[in-house]
Design a protein around this ligand. Structure first.
Ligand code: HEM
Length: 198
């Protein structure tokens, strides 16, 4: 057995998503979302689209039985309020959202959505320069109740403790990789769309 096979599931997911995460991080920065509110609004459009595609998963009964506070972790409403703060229309949905994934695949998607709250700690600090905050325009980047670190640790602890078949291990990895691909598509789409005048 190699070292990576012995690693915790979450560590394995970190490893396999390291490259897509670096690419996405670079792509976000290439769009300079903190230069202007108009650019930040495009970033929020991508975040809103991504979160709104995950609403069903965050409210799924089977998944909530595993992660009790799952519905409260969803940020679709916060992102929608940010759009309103930024005088930006709620975007139409984009074809290709995840549909009826298996439990393990869904958890891969949620791993990415929850993990993105870690990077959000850095992003919200930069949003302050645009006079945005966790109560205006950058609500979806706010620190979750109970703290970022604790929210992430409890999610990962639960994920790591689940007994998975080999097939489910493959599915959770698939879900995490798909989620990074999807965010990339939505980000490109958001910036390709003409910004609404503020
Ligand atoms: C849609 C998914 C994600 C997006 C859009 C995203 C975006 C970003 C961005 C833009 C940064 C850079 C912040 C800065 O330097 O100003 C960052 C940092 C970070 N992200 Fe993500 N991220 C995502 C998913 C994840 C996941 C799944 C994890 C954990 C498993 C994660 C963990 C981190 C951490 C720890 C940082 C802090 C700095 C670093 O270690 O590079 N992110 N993220």
């Amino acid at each position: 057995m190699t070292a990576s096979e012995k690693a915790l599931r979450s560590q394995r997911l970190n490893q396999i998503t390291h490259e897509p995460h670096s690419k996405l991080d670079a792509l976000v920065k290439a769009h300079a979302p903190f230069e202007t509110r108009a650019s930040f609004a495009r970033f929020v459009v991508a975040q809103y689209l991504f979160q709104s595609e995950l609403v069903e998963l965050y409210n799924d009964a089977e998944l909530t039985a595993i992660i009790a506070d799952l519905p409260a972790r969803c940020r679709a409403e916060a992102a929608r309020a940010d759009l309103a703060d930024l005088d930006t229309e709620v975007p139409a949905s984009v074809a290709g959202a995840v549909k009826n994934p298996s439990k393990a695949r869904a958890l891969g998607w949620l791993f990415v959505s929850e993990g993105s709250k870690l990077g959000a700690a850095f992003l919200i600090k930069r949003a302050v320069a645009l006079e945005l905050s966790e109560t205006f325009g950058a609500r979806h980047l706010a620190e979750p109740q109970g703290g970022r670190a604790e929210g992430w640790k409890s999610f990962v602890r639960t994920l790591d403790a689940l007994p998975f078949t080999a097939e489910e291990e493959a599915e959770v990895e698939q879900g995490a990789l798909e989620a990074f691909n999807r965010f990339t598509v939505l980000l490109e789409q958001a910036y390709a769309t003409e910004a609404e005048p503020a």
